[in-house]
Design a protein around this ligand. Structure first.
Ligand code: ZN
Ligand code: FE
Length: 244
């Protein structure tokens, strides 16, 4: 199977929209379009036409471009069935075990509730890619707005069990702030210290620090590395009030 081409589109202050292009079918998916015009422009700059939108959750910085992109392209919008009421533009409702497709490439839908009650991730096993929205970040996890630490702990376990080489496409550039907390959470973790040196240098050059990989998160993410629900809950609460 030919490789998908995946482009990062930075929008708003720290959001990343991902454009996934399949050369074989000519299809293009916009994952979590916070806004419309910069995403439409990024696609047309590459000669791509957006045929689908995949939403991970209802938050406006993930769905704000839905209506305008659909009006401009006639694309089909897929997203979490459980959040249909909050995503009125949804065409296809997805839940655990459902699939989304781009050309012949298949995404398995994984329910990862906690940041929002219906949050889903899209895992493309044959492409070694996962789109995690606001559930997993580089060295971080999403805030628990509509769920609890037990749910997020289960989410971390599930994502950690994906093949280590899987590329993780998260929806925000939060790495530096996450890493400052990670260093405090695990002061003896050499992998975190090493990664932060690289992250600080990349940010100083104005470069993005995502995507990441499951292997790197298993080594450096204090939420994925939490050994119990209680430890994840403690770390989440500490990060929420952390001023590094
Ligand atoms: Zn969110
Ligand atoms: Fe977000």
């Amino acid at each position: 199977m030919a490789k998908l081409e995946i482009a990062r589109v930075p929008v708003l202050s720290d959001n990343y929209v991902w454009l996934v292009h399949d050369h074989a079918s000519g299809e293009t998916v916009a994952v979590d379009p916070a806004v419309a015009q910069p995403v439409l422009d990024a696609a047309s700059d590459r000669g791509w036409r957006i045929t689908q939108i995949w939403n991970t959750h209802w938050h406006p910085d993930h769905t704000g471009g839905n209506a305008e992109i659909k009006a401009a392209t006639g694309c089909t919008i897929s997203g979490p069935a459980a959040e249909k009421a909050k995503i009125p533009t949804l065409d296809i409702e997805l839940g655990e075990g459902d699939h989304a497709r781009i050309g012949t490439h298949r995404a398995d839908v994984i329910e990862v509730p906690a940041h929002t009650a219906g949050h889903i991730a899209y895992h493309l096993p044959e492409d070694a890619a996962v789109f995690v929205g606001d559930t997993l970040f580089a060295m971080g996890c999403g805030r628990l707005f509509e769920g609890n630490a037990a749910q997020m702990f289960a989410n971390m376990r599930r994502l950690a069990a994906l093949p280590p080489e899987t590329t993780v496409y998260c929806a925000h550039e939060y790495t530096q702030a996450n890493g400052r907390y990670a260093r405090v959470a695990e002061p003896d973790n050499v992998a975190i210290a090493t990664r932060m040196t690289e992250v600080d240098a990349a940010r100083a050059r104005g470069e993005a620090t995502v995507p990441t990989t499951i292997a790197l998160e298993r080594a450096t993410n204090p939420f994925m590395r939490a050994r119990s629900v209680e430890e994840l809950a403690e770390r989440r609460a500490a990060k929420d009030s952390f001023r590094g």
